[in-house]
Ligand binder design. Structure first.
Ligand code: M6R
Length: 582
């Protein structure tokens, strides 16, 4: 959700570095943004909307914090934008997460004479820090004591006009510390600090870090020092530029050839370890949210059809309802691009408390899920910046296909199949991109788009609908094709677009597409063969992995629908890349 950054540096460029870092975090939330710089006093600058120019005077200072917001408490306004400051104006705080007991804390602070000027949950934090500073505690202890009041989740960074340190802390929301020559950084993710830092340290829940001349980590509960390792940063893993593409979304669609290849290049030792865990398990759950949930559903088809193993795909946010089935003979496969999704982390923690083993399938290096899981398979898709999941989805499907095949000792063959599928990606894009552009112009005012498919393609239909909805704001609904006649067909009338995924012209979905056509539907086929009923056709070369590859034309369609409606495909409204609140 929100992106946060903090900088403390020897030269006086803290504001500039924080601003540059913030721009690399804006995919986390973009309702409003703001910075605080410590110069003579604290200078604050806040704006609504996406990040624009920062006045020069904000560039200079020894210490700065910044925030890009995804609103939870309080409407989108300059007032509610972060940083938030204490009553005396001397403490500034940026926060990602949700303080559940903020009302209680406001009442408590109001009785002590504090008054509030925003609707946010965050504002209680600088006020509490001011309260403890007024009791003659040092800055670090004041922050720590303030944090002990909070219920809910947070990653915060705080600075003070009166102290020369930068303080960060986390519980439930991500925070990484970066180190360069004389510069200390704190941020929600590595993207923001990678260009400046050569070394990094991932903070865990209940840890507080204080930077002044050195970095020191403390346990928030006890106040005791903790020794933590600092790791070298591999810059390649975190570099993210558009490489000449107009948008990250298109670039990431194009990168899917490499994403499939990289995802299939897993070490045999790791695959064997994970396979063993799954084989020994009495029950297997695959969990995820959004696109990752679709990958989980795909996984359950793969496990059943390839390895005859039952694996229940469950939404991470609903997993609590299945906890009574979880014990130490359970394996939970948790899918997450970011590795920071709050619903996933909560489900994983609960499963671990019940003794289950957790296998993470994750893209972001060093993310919380990688640290919680008993074994982690990295997707290796590279940074995915567009809010829409595209290449990470194909990478997830590739890993799951590999795993399902490794359960029947066919992973070498699966690797070959995946590499052949990867080779088809450029052809699929080349054949279909201009068609997608034309179709987008035709459909840009559609009220609804219906999408059907059978077996794994029923899941592709769900994913296709999600892509169209989230980026073009056109209502889209995907389902298993046979379901059409059980209700939704009532909505099909003249020219209503229906996308049908059909591996070839004999696919059972064709029958349902014909039923829709008989009611006037405009049928868009995604198939390796042009069936008679198709009014429009996206061609996929014949492949065993049709179900994995066939999403690509619809990702392109979604992208061009957004462009034809003058929308920014990288930052759809109301969304954020990493959903770190519940
Ligand atoms: O980082 P995760 O894979 O855990 O994220 C899960 C969902 O929030 C994510 O897939 C979301 O649905 C995307 N916007 C889909 O394009």
């Amino acid at each position: 959700m929100c992106g946060i950054i903090g900088v403390l540096c020897k030269n006086s460029n803290a504001g500039k570095i924080a601003y540059e870092g913030l721009k690399r975090l804006d995919y986390r939330g973009y309702d409003s943004w703001g910075l605080a710089v410590k110069n003579d006093g604290l200078l604050i600058y806040k704006r609504t909307g996406k990040i624009t120019k920062l006045p020069k005077k904000m560039f200079y200072g020894s210490c700065a914090i910044g925030h890009t917001r995804w609103a939870t408490h309080g409407k989108i306004s300059v007032r509610n934008a972060h940083p938030h400051i204490s009553q005396n104006g001397k403490i500034a705080v940026v926060h990602n997460g949700v303080i559940e007991n903020f009302q209680e804390l406001r009442d408590f602070l109001a009785k002590k004479g504090f008054s509030f000027s925003t609707e946010t949950d965050t504002e209680v934090i600088p006020m509490l820090i001011e309260l403890y500073l007024s009791r003659n505690l040092c800055f670090r202890e004041s922050v720590r004591k303030a944090l002990l009041h909070l219920k809910g989740s947070y990653a915060i960074v705080a600075i003070s006009e009166l102290h020369n340190s930068l303080i960060g802390a986390r519980r439930g929301s991500p925070l990484v510390a970066g180190f360069a020559n004389g510069t200390f950084l704190l941020a929600s993710d590595m993207q923001a600090i990678a260009p400046y830092a050569t070394k990094a340290m991932f903070l865990e829940d209940s840890e507080l870090i204080e930077f002044n001349r050195k970095a020191k980590v403390y346990d928030i509960e006890t106040g005791k020092r903790i020794n933590k390792p600092v790791k070298k940063i591999d810059l390649k893993l975190h570099s993210a530029d558009k490489r000449g593409f107009e948008h990250y979304m298109l670039k990431e669609i194009y990168e899917q050839e490499q994403a499939i290849k990289n995802a299939s290049l897993q070490s045999n030792a790791l695959i064997e370890k994970v396979t063993k865990l799954i084989k020994q398990a009495e029950k297997v759950f695959i969990i995820g949210c959004g696109t990752s949930m679709h990958a989980a559903m795909f996984g359950s088809y793969f496990f059943a059809s390839i390895a005859s193993i039952q694996a229940n795909a469950i939404l991470a946010s609903e997993f609590q309802n299945f906890l009574n089935l979880v014990n130490k003979r359970t394996v939970v496969i948790a899918l997450s691009q970011s590795g920071e999704t709050a619903d996933i982390l909560e489900a994983v923690k609960s499963a671990k408390e019940k003794g289950a083993s957790v296998i993470g399938i994750v893209n972001v290096v060093g993310s919380s899920l990688t640290r919680l899981a008993d074994a982690t398979i990295m997707m290796n898709a590279g940074p995915e910046i567009c809010v829409l999941a595209t290449k990470s989805y194909l990478a997830q499907l590739s890993v799951l296909y590999l795993l399902a095949n490794s359960l029947i000792k066919k992973h070498e063959q699966a690797k070959k199949e995946l590499s052949e599928a990867a080779r088809l990606v450029p052809t699929i894009i080349k054949t279909n991109e201009s068609k997608a552009k034309r179709l987008a112009k035709k459909l840009k005012n559609a009220k609804s788009i219906f999408i059907i498919g059978k077996r794994e393609s029923a899941v592709t239909a769900l994913e296709a609908a999600l892509k169209i909805k989230e980026v073009s704001y056109i209502h889209a609904e995907g389902f298993a094709s046979a379901e059409l006649k059980h209700g939704t067909i009532a909505l099909i009338e003249k020219n209503v677009p229906v996308i049908a995924f059909a591996s070839d012209a004999s696919d059972e979905s064709i029958t349902n597409a014909i039923e829709a056509k008989s009611r006037g539907g405009f049928i868009i086929g995604v198939s390796s063969e042009k069936a008679k009923c198709f009014d429009y056709f996206f061609a996929i070369p014949k492949s065993k992995l049709f179900s994995i590859l066939s999403i690509i034309p619809i990702q392109l369609l979604a992208y061009y629908l957004a462009l034809s409606r003058n929308l920014d495909p990288d930052k759809p409204r109301n969304l954020a890349k990493s959903v770190t609140v519940k």
